[in-house]
Design a protein around this ligand. Structure first.
Ligand code: GLT
Ligand code: MN
Ligand code: MN
Ligand code: MN
Length: 386
């Protein structure tokens, strides 16, 4: 039974199920739903939580009275449905003021406004219960490097994040930041384009312990990278604070397809990884329904994301319990007791011993590793004949 439950921590953004199907070439194909209606839609399909950008909830030009009414209605919808808000973020990309970036804009007035807007959005997110705050710098980039100094851009980003970390500490908020990379779109090139860049950048901040990453399947696939490897590196560094699940063909526009709808094998190894290591954060679907759909199709889309995750989770358990697969894995990872003493920390004695050893390079190079069999067993399992 693949019914989503709260313990699965499936979340969606208001902007995901709320997408109206607009694209750069075409008008919306669905009427917009209100945040309250979207919360009810998510509750109907069985989601655990809902995330939002400040302006998904409160329009950028709302009066304080309108803001209070909207937040009150939204809180009531959360209470009625039991949905929670694990994550929030700032829209620093839609309004024309951010056409040349927010934290990296060349204009100090825009940079100051971006800080102000983010502090207010953090206040809103915390008020609604968010524990993770995402930064996706969609406009932080260039079309031409004539226009912006890339070193200044990095320094400005660092200064902004340091400032905002201090703001969170000063307010006493229980909130962590998660930085989301994307190589391009909407800008020609975006700074810190991959999760790996973000991980390196985080270590240069004043409070690296408060800051992790929010890797997105589609964004790493756009860059032609292996998503799982980026996620694993983030996890191993203690930096996997959040994750954006969706799917994407490499070399295309930002597709944000239903999770698992394109590269099932990659999705399988990702789910297997998250479940095996015990990742305890949200499984957030940052994806949207095809433009061809009405809201029944949007529900099909949302249910599909969660269903595929749960099917793959079950497949991962079968992989872990499959005697033939496990026997092959044991063989592949067999240890060599006679060599154990040369590994680990360096010593001069070990180095000398290693230098004196002989290895049968030719026969080692000839050995078949049975990876074809192992991979086909995986494929059989995924295709349901195993
Ligand atoms: C936007 C973007 C996503 C980000 C969202 C958070 S907004 O939809 O394409 O990848 O995660 O800002
Ligand atoms: Mn995307
Ligand atoms: Mn997106
Ligand atoms: Mn995303």
């Amino acid at each position: 039974d693949y019914t989503p439950k709260p313990e699965h921590k499936f979340t969606f953004g208001l902007w995901t199920v709320g997408s109206t199907g607009r694209d750069p070439f075409g008008a919306p194909t669905r009427d917009a739903l209100s945040p309250v209606e979207l919360v009810h839609l998510l509750a109907e399909v069985g989601a655990y939580g809902v995330n939002f950008h400040d302006n998904d909830l409160v329009p950028i030009d709302a009066t304080p009275a309108e803001r209070d009414r909207i937040v009150r209605d939204f809180k009531n919808a959360l209470k009625e449905t039991g949905l929670v808000v694990p994550m929030a973020t700032t829209n620093l990309f839609s309004d024309p003021v951010f056409k040349d970036g927010a934290f990296t804009s060349n204009d100090p007035k825009v940079r100051a406004y971006a800080l102000q807007k983010t502090m207010q959005a953090i206040d809103l997110g915390v008020e609604l219960g968010a524990k993770v705050y995402v930064f996706w710098g969609g406009r932080e980039g260039t079309e031409s490097d004539a226009t912006k100094n890339p070193v200044d851009a990095i320094k400005r980003t660092r200064e902004a994040l340091n400032f905002l970390c201090e703001y969170v500490l000063d307010q006493g908020y229980d909130l962590k930041f998660a930085l989301e990379a994307k190589p391009n779109e909407p800008r020609g090139d975006i700074y810190n384009p991959t999760t790996g860049h973000m991980l390196a950048f985080i270590e240069t901040l004043d409070h690296p312990e408060m800051v992790g990453v929010n890797p997105e399947v589609a964004h790493e696939h756009m860059a032609g990278l292996n998503f799982l490897h980026g996620v694993a590196q983030a996890w191993e560094a203690g930096k996997l604070f959040h994750i954006d699940l969706n799917d994407q063909y490499p070399g295309r526009y930002d597709q944000d397809f239903r999770f698992g709808s394109r590269d099932l094998k990659a999705a399988f190894f990702l789910v297997k990884f998250l479940e095996d290591v015990g990742y305890s954060g949200s499984r957030h679907f940052d994806a949207h329904a095809y433009r061809t759909e009405d809201y029944e199709g949007v529900k099909d889309f949302a249910r599909g994301c969660m269903r595929t995750y749960l099917i793959l989770k079950e497949k991962a358990a079968r992989f872990n319990a499959d005697p033939e697969i496990q026997a092959l894995l044991a063989e592949i990872n067999a240890t060599e007791p006679s060599l154990e003493s040369v590994f680990g920390a360096y010593s001069r004695e070990k180095a000398n011993r290693l230098k004196g050893m002989t290895f049968d390079r030719v026969s080692l190079g000839k050995r078949g590793l049975k990876y074809e069999r192992l991979d086909q067993l995986t494929i059989d399992l995924l295709l349901g004949v195993r």
